[in-house]
Design a protein around this ligand. Structure first.
Ligand code: NDP
Ligand code: 2IT
Length: 451
């Protein structure tokens, strides 16, 4: 990365030299620091107080062994992690990812992004992330339970309702959160809001399941309205992924009058020109934990299945909502999106667009809603779950959903205002980074150098 500010260059180069193999982490930091150039030059305190050096180094990283016994009686060992990145504005907060690709680079990128995302929600939550290279796919419920119990046996020493509150992410949904919560309670003899995304019978919040996907659509709708005088109504939408975020993005986009024509998984994508039939997707993914290719046999009509995930970006649409994983849209896929005449790309997944892809959108004048703003609805609703747990009350679906909608609309407005203040009018990416940073920076300055 090349920066105008010698300070930013020095911090980035030092980080890259210390962590040369952490490509995803460096990608995430590189992007944020670029947006902060005008803020750093306007505020000398940032350099004087070493804010950026402190920001890019996690407060604490916990790495641990997770031994468990599979259904054949064999001992298995996975790696467990928790990256407690920044607690300047609240307890560490962020999901747990269980996927074979998980490593420190991926969790540090996710934890770093989470700092700014959580700040953007306006709620008092710091940034963290964790997970394991454990693959829940193909495991029995008992194996998943045993893994989660062993994982929590160590993690429980480092988290707490006022310290660090994990939730779900890829591979961690209601089933896993239930097993993790049960084990925490057993070990501590304490019923607290130590995790979010809990089931509704034991402290979960209504609308948390829907929150990331719904929030993505509220954000997209508001950004289209304020920046383009447009809306989702009547638009064709391409969605990638078919997990928690993708399913509820599809549901809300459809409710707002759009037609969603694709969903995908890591094997391939489904194209249904009549509009995705979400009840079939929910049955396959939420109930049967099956593969998305099974959709075609059940949906009939003109639905098609294509092997490979990249092809989904060649499908023509007005709006693209990537909801699977990091770097799923490279420069070449972004060129197809531009050629297809897209008006907006809003990110449900974390960092789904490579820097080359983002450059393509910007050159073409496509409205770009970056992940840390567009997918903040999940963690925002997690923070609302924490509030409900603290007051030992539960709010109605509409109450939570209305708060979520307001939070997402505010994120659009605050990002637009921050971008304009620093001379980047209309750039929601730069605006999100700056708006998220300003609050964390102020809190870090107020709290002094040694925590
Ligand atoms: P799920 O585990 O529910 O679903 C993940 C989906 O993405 C599946 O369809 C999966 O397919 C696909 N996928 C995962 N890895 C890859 C890969 N390497 N290549 C192609 N497809 C892949 O996870 P979520 O829906 O919760 O998460 C999706 C994204 O949204 C992630 O980036 C996550 O960090 C982000 N996010 C999630 C939030 C939440 O509240 N859950 C909040 C904010 C962001 P397959 O089944 O084949 O693996
Ligand atoms: O990336 C994310 O924001 C999440 N996976 C949700 C985190 C949370 O604590 O709800």
């Amino acid at each position: 990365m090349k920066y105008q500010s010698a300070y930013l260059q020095k911090v980035y180069d030092g980080l890259a030299a210390r962590n040369p193999e952490q490509t995803e982490f460096l990608e995430a930091v590189g992007e944020v620091l670029e947006s902060l150039e005008p803020v750093v030059s306007a505020n000398p305190k940032i350099e004087e107080e070493g804010i950026i050096e402190r920001l890019v180094e996690p407060e604490r990283v916990i790495l641990f062994r997770v031994p468990w016994v599979d259904d054949e009686g064999k001992v298995q060992v996975n790696r467990g992690y928790r990256v407690q990145f920044n607690s300047a504005i609240g307890p560490y907060k962020g999901g747990l990812r269980f996927h074979p690709s998980v490593n420190l680079s991926i969790l540090k990128f996710l934890g770093f992004e989470q700092i700014f995302k959580n700040s953007l929600t306006g709620l008092p939550i710091g940034g963290g992330k964790g997970g394991s290279d454990f693959d829940p796919k193909g495991k029995s419920d008992r194996e998943v339970m045993k893994f989660c119990q062993s994982f929590m046996t160590e993690l429980s020493k480092h988290i707490g309702a006022d310290t660090d509150v994990p939730a779900g992410d890829i591979g961690v949904g209601g089933r896993e959160i239930g097993y993790l919560f049960g084990q925490y309670k057993r070990l501590r003899n304490e019923f607290t809001g130590v995790l979010t995304g809990k089931g509704l019978t034991y402290g979960g919040s209504l609308a948390r399941t829907q929150a990331t996907g719904y929030g993505l659509c509220y954000y997209t709708e508001e950004a289209l309205k304020t920046m383009r005088n447009e809306s989702l109504k009547g638009k064709t939408v391409v969605i990638s992924g078919s997990g928690n975020v993708a399913i509820y993005a599809c549901e809300k986009a459809t409710q707002l009058g759009a037609k969603v024509v694709t969903v995908s998984d890591s094997n391939g994508y489904v194209y249904d020109p009549d509009g995705i039939k979400l009840d079939i997707v929910k049955q396959i993914k939420e109930v049967e934990r099956g593969r998305i290719k099974e959709y075609v046999g059940r949906a009939g009509g003109q639905a098609e299945y294509h092997e490979g995930c990249k092809g989904v970006w060649t499908v023509k649409a007005d709006i693209y909502l990537p909801c699977a994983t990091q770097n799923e849209i490279d420069g070449e896929s972004a060129k197809s999106i531009v050629a297809n005449g897209a008006i907006a790309v809003c990110e449900g997944a974390n960092m789904p667009s490579t820097p080359e892809a983002i450059a393509e959108y910007k050159n073409a004048g496509i409205l770009f809603g970056p992940a840390k703003a567009a997918n903040a609805g999940g963690v925002a609703t997690s923070a609302l779950e924490m509030s409900q747990n603290s007051e030992r009350l539960s709010w109605t679906f509409d109450e939570v959903d209305n708060k979520l909608k307001t939070i997402m609309e505010n994120i659009v407005h605050n990002s637009a205002a921050a971008a304009e203040k620093y001379g980047f009018k209309g750039d929601l990416q730069v605006g999100a980074n700056i708006a998220g940073f300003e609050k964390v920076c102020d809190a870090m300055l107020s709290q002094g150098i040694a925590y």
